[in-house]
Design a binder for this molecule. Sequence first.
Ligand code: ZN
Length: 44
Amino acid sequence: MAKPQQGETYKCQTCGMQLEVKSPCQCDSGEPTLTCCSQPLAKE
Ligand SMILES: [Zn+2]
């Protein structure tokens, strides 16, 4: 998964939950893990 950028929306393909990124990921290594229903969220 690429790092979430500001303004992007992520959606759970199973239950329809949506997450909007209000501030981008700033970590130096690794990346956030966004999951729901045991599946990674898909970028809208
Ligand atoms: Zn879900």
